[in-house]
Write a new protein. Structure first.
Ligand SMILES: NC(=O)c1ccc[n+]([C@@H]2O[C@H](COP(=O)([O-])OP(=O)(O)OC[C@H]3O[C@@H](n4cnc5c(N)ncnc54)[C@H](O)[C@@H]3O)[C@@H](O)[C@H]2O)c1
Ligand SMILES: [Zn+2]
Length: 360
């Protein structure tokens, strides 16, 4: 077993990399626990995992992006308030980023915070969201606008869960991992290596290899969070690709999953950089051709998702927007990222038209 400690001002927590499902025995030893799992994950692992938990310790909920809301949180509160365990309750959640966001919000607010163990079951959650410290809820058509900072006390990462993921959900995780690879040191020098790595990652046939990439992604994310866990400065750069990505998730009514939206958002941001003369056009074409474009093929992209007015409206609602112009994380020479806040609507429109040509 392999372990990593993540330091946080709220509390330090451990990430354990485990092989197979025997870690569940450790969970069964916890006093006063309750397990919360989404329907899909429950169905896949009913016999291997969830049949080991007594029925009265198991809450199965229906989760999707439309249900990542206070409403779902309140339903869970209701169930948990009825239990005899109170502040001494440990919540164990199994699921992807949506489960993490919802159950993490519950854990952080119920009795002003209860103990929480999280088992990510998607690639995106393992490589990215699990260690993010954040919990986020959608409200009406606003994405991730409610939330708290609250890490689990323990995370178990088990790549065996990845075998049952749908291709589109796996590719969404690959999308966030590509983002991290572009945020590492010297991404252009390492571009050929990254292209090969991502090709192998997509095959999902070598558990050890996948775990190593997950570890690498976590290390890169950690390096951006250090010293800025509350998202006031450098951590903002992790938002690379997310401005347009979040908007696309919304205009497609979440048909474009998070990590695919991020990839399209990165293509968009890089195009702005090319236009501003900050990155080389040839290098950008190579990144698009071999790294980014192959990753969006799993989703059918409809032209209505790219409607200028609809996207603009969603971006304007983004919680990270602080002025009249739009913010965007962009690569400069050597692919060093910076956050700009001066993207005007004309530049946005012009780049959107280019983007549509590039992804066609
Ligand atoms: N809090 C954070 O720091 C943070 C960071 C990044 C993303 N997010 C959020 O995470 C969400 C995306 O997370 P995600 O990609 O994990 O999506 P998800 O949680 O929706 O899971 C994707 C799909 O896979 C299913 N699933 C989960 N595990 C499975 C398994 N092992 N086998 C088969 N099916 C399985 C789910 O039921 C769902 O249908 C977004 O809402 C995003 O905003 C949060
Ligand atoms: Zn993300």
């Amino acid at each position: 077993m392999d372990k990593l400690i993540i330091r946080s001002r709220i509390r330090d927590f451990s990430v354990e990399f485990v092989d197979g499902f025997s870690f569940v025995d450790e969970l069964l030893d916890i006093k006063n626990y309750i397990v919360i799992v989404g329907q899909t994950t429950y169905k896949h692992y009913k016999n291997i995992i969830f049949s080991h938990f007594p029925k009265d310790r198991l809450i199965i909920i229906k989760l999707n992006e439309q249900r990542k809301t206070l409403n779902t949180v309140m339903k869970i509160y209701k169930k948990l308030l009825g239990l005899s365990a109170k502040k001494n309750l440990t919540m164990i959640s199994f699921g992807g980023g949506i489960n993490q966001d919802v159950t993490g919000f519950v854990a952080s607010t119920l009795y002003r915070g209860i103990n929480w163990v999280y088992v990510p079951t998607t690639l995106l959650a393992m490589a990215d969201s699990a260690i993010g410290l954040k919990t986020s809820l959608n409200h009406e058509s606003y994405k991730n606008v409610l939330g708290t900072f609250y890490p689990p006390s323990k995370i178990f990462i088990c790549a065996d869960f990845l075998k049952t993921l749908k291709k589109i959900d796996y590719m969404s995780g690959v999308g966030e991992i590509i983002k991290f690879m572009l945020m590492r040191k010297d991404p252009i020098k390492n571009l050929d290596g990254t292209i090969k790595k991502i090709e192998k990652l997509k095959l999902n046939n070598d558990k050890k290899f996948v775990i190593n990439i997950i570890k690498e992604s976590i290390e890169i994310k950690k390096s951006y969070m250090e010293g800025d866990e509350f998202d006031l400065g450098r951590r903002n750069l992790l938002n690379y690709g997310h401005e347009l990505g979040h908007a696309l998730e919304a205009t497609s009514n979440f048909k474009v999953p998070h990590g695919i939206g991020v990839i399209i958002g990165i293509i968009f941001a890089n195009l702005v950089s090319v236009q501003r003369g900050w990155i080389d056009e040839k290098i950008n074409e190579k990144i698009n051709k071999f790294l980014l474009l192959p990753n969006i093929k799993t989703v059918k992209l409809k032209s209505e998702y790219f409607d200028f007015k609809a996207l603009l409206e969603k971006i304007k609602k983004d919680k990270k927007r602080i002025s009249d112009k739009l913010p965007l994380v962009l690569p400069r020479s050597d692919f060093e990222l910076i956050k700009i806040t001066d993207l005007d609507f004309n530049e946005f429109k012009k780049t959107l038209q280019k983007l549509i040509q590039v992804i066609k």
